[in-house]
Design a protein around this ligand. Structure first.
Ligand code: 13P
Length: 249
């Protein structure tokens, strides 16, 4: 049995004060709920506040991106070691918004993934098709390409901490959710690619989250699928009540 992970992606929302307020309201709502892993991924400037507020809890903290170089003249970028130094356990890599607005490619995802794993972070690599690709029947092909390139030159042992999030781009922030069956089918494609790259054992243990308009109302149906090992939640993770309702699916 894979332990589920319910992760919040706050994107470019919340200041440190608002992040602390969230945690203060959220912790009592989930304190007797050890069933699943939980992680919060706030903006960089909120990371220290969130790490501090979550001290003495089991809740992880993740960055939303990182650069693959160690340090140097890369204005505006942040390294894996910097994320570790402020107390991050996780990092999101290759979110579709990074691919869409900031030029991320399958290749940059692979470079970042290798460095994140080497730094001891648990990477959450995002993959998913856009609407035109789904309508053209290309979903499987797109996922295979994204995974193949992202997973290249990484061994089964190195890949153990890897988490993948299937986030169909047409479901992000749109209120449209993949049906549990659509998500489960996509997850099988991703797991098959992981098995090719990392071997069956690592692939079977790897968690594959679903992301895209996850809400308290649909969380149970999604999480009931064997193939869905958790959720990466955007909009509905900004409010402590709605995110805790998802945690309690
Ligand atoms: P929404 O939950 O707002 O659709 O966002 C999903 C997402 O992009 C999580 O990374």
């Amino acid at each position: 049995m894979r332990r589920k992970l319910i992760a919040a992606n706050w994107k470019m929302c919340k200041t440190p004060d608002l992040a602390r307020e969230f945690v203060a309201a959220f912790l009592p709502l989930v304190k007797d709920h050890p069933r699943d892993d939980i992680a919060l991924c706030p903006s960089y400037v909120c990371l220290p506040a969130v790490v501090e507020a979550l001290r003495d809890t089991q809740i992880g903290v993740g960055g939303q991106n990182m650069f693959w170089e160690k340090e140097g003249a890369y204005t505006g970028e942040i390294s894996a070691a910097m994320l570790r130094a402020v107390g991050c356990s996780h990092v999101i890599i290759g979110h579709s918004e990074r691919r869409q607005y900031f030029g991320e490619t399958d290749d940059t995802v692979n470079r970042k993934l290798k460095v994140a794993l080497a730094a001891g972070l648990q990477p959450i690599v995002c993959v998913g098709e856009v609407l035109e690709e789904r309508e053209a029947g290309l979903t499987e092909q797109v996922l295979e390409r994204q995974c193949n390139i992202a997973f290249s030159e990484i061994s089964g042992v190195e890949a153990v901490p890897l988490i993948v999030a299937y986030e169909p781009v047409w479901a992000i922030g749109t209120g449209k959710t993949a049906t549990p069956q659509m998500a489960a089918d996509a997850h099988e494609v991703i797991r098959a690619q992981a098995a090719k790259a990392f071997g069956e054992e690592t692939a079977q243990a790897m968690r594959i989250l679903y992301g895209g308009s996850v809400k308290p109302e649909n969380a149970n149906a999604l999480m009931s699928k064997m193939e869905i090992d958790g959720a990466l939640v955007g909009g509905a993770s900004l409010d402590p009540k709605s995110f805790s309702a998802i945690v309690h699916y």
